[in-house]
Ligand binder design. Structure first.
Ligand code: GRG
Length: 305
């Protein structure tokens, strides 16, 4: 299924890759989510409203790019990649709720609770999480052992131990308190990094990567995940809400600890660049076919939204 020369010496057109794969992810998401008219229609409208609001699709694309290194079967890879986007979208819906970040803008649109009400937004998040695991449990030709491994991997990343929900808890508990770089890393390795690391591992597992490759790719995912959050903190301070599609400057306004606040904009950029270089080295150790992962690591720190 590889449409791009990931093993070629020529620079890979990462922008074009994102465009093609985003379109493919959107097609599969459309197939995998309940139709809008399906009763009770309101919840399906809310799920689709937030899912098809124009996200970058970074997590599914990381899973796909990693799976393609091992010539993974698209019929197993695409649903698994979409399951990750469902979880990511659920986390954004819940993160924006009044009880959490209380935000009115996401992916360039009013947030789910602003349009559908708080109760429906909570349910839309819950339903996307549930649909994600239903998708992962559908027969995918992977064999039961590998399929269970993928499901367990995603459940771990979405959970509380060094994972999405646990990171959110640490983040909430740290508000208004002085925290050091180690604690900030701990929060974001969990809150943001776990799902990015998981995306790379899911792609590798679906593709049947060996232990050695999986270890190097895991390191890539961890470094790229943290670099992503540092870049996000910098963008929060240097971009407008229009550019980001979400409310800019929110963390600073809430006096939250961020990489930009802790290290300064230049210092945070340097740290992100160093992590990007380390991620690229790990990807090279994993495979000579990992050129796209190298380009995606660069995109993660150089992006402007
Ligand atoms: C409340 C039970 C319960 C669970 C939710 C809210 C939550 C747990 C976790 C929050 C996780 C979170 C929102 C992390 C932020 C990660 C981040 C930087 C998101 C932005 O990702 P992009 O830039 O967004 O990839 P797009 O819109 O492009 O997909």
């Amino acid at each position: 299924m590889r449409a791009f020369p990931s093993n070629s010496a020529a620079p890979v057109a990462v922008g074009e890759y994102f465009r093609q794969k985003s379109a493919q992810v959107d097609e599969w998401l459309d197939r995998l989510l309940p139709r809008e008219a399906e009763p009770p229609a309101e919840i399906h409208r809310a799920m689709r409203y937030s899912t098809f609001a124009g996200g970058k699709r970074l997590r599914p694309i990381l899973a796909i790019a990693t799976g393609e290194i091992f010539d993974a079967d698209e019929r197993a890879l695409l649903p698994a990649a979409c399951a990750l986007e469902m979880i990511h979208t659920y986390s954004l819906i819940h993160d924006d709720l009044p009880a959490m970040d209380d935000d009115g803008l996401r992916r360039g649109r009013p947030t789910c609770h602003v349009v559908f009400g708080e109760a429906m937004a909570i349910l839309a998040g819950d339903a996307l999480l549930t649909q994600s695991f239903r998708t992962l449990a559908e027969p995918a030709g992977l064999g039961p052992e590998r399929q269970l491994q993928v499901i367990a991997e995603v459940a771990q990343a979405a959970g509380t131990v060094r994972a999405l929900i646990g990171g959110q808890v640490l983040d909430l508990q740290s508000e208004g308190k002085p925290i050091d770089g180690g604690r900030l890393d701990e929060i974001h390795r969990a809150k943001t990094g776990a799902l990015i690391r998981c995306a790379v591992r899911v792609g590798a597992l679906v593709g049947g990567a060996g232990e050695r490759e999986l270890a190097h790719l895991t390191e890539y995912g961890e470094k790229a995940g943290l670099a992503f959050q540092i870049a996000d903190d910098v963008l929060d301070e240097t971009s407008t809400s229009e550019q980001l599609g979400k409310t800019a400057g929110k963390d600073a306004a809430k006096n939250k600890a961020t990489y930009a606040a802790l290290y300064g904009i230049a210092g945070a950029r340097e740290r992100a660049a160093a992590l990007c270089r380390e991620a690229i080295e790990a990807a090279r150790r994993a495979s000579r076919e990992a050129r796209l992962l190298e380009e995606i690591a660069r995109f993660i720190v150089e992006r402007n939204s």
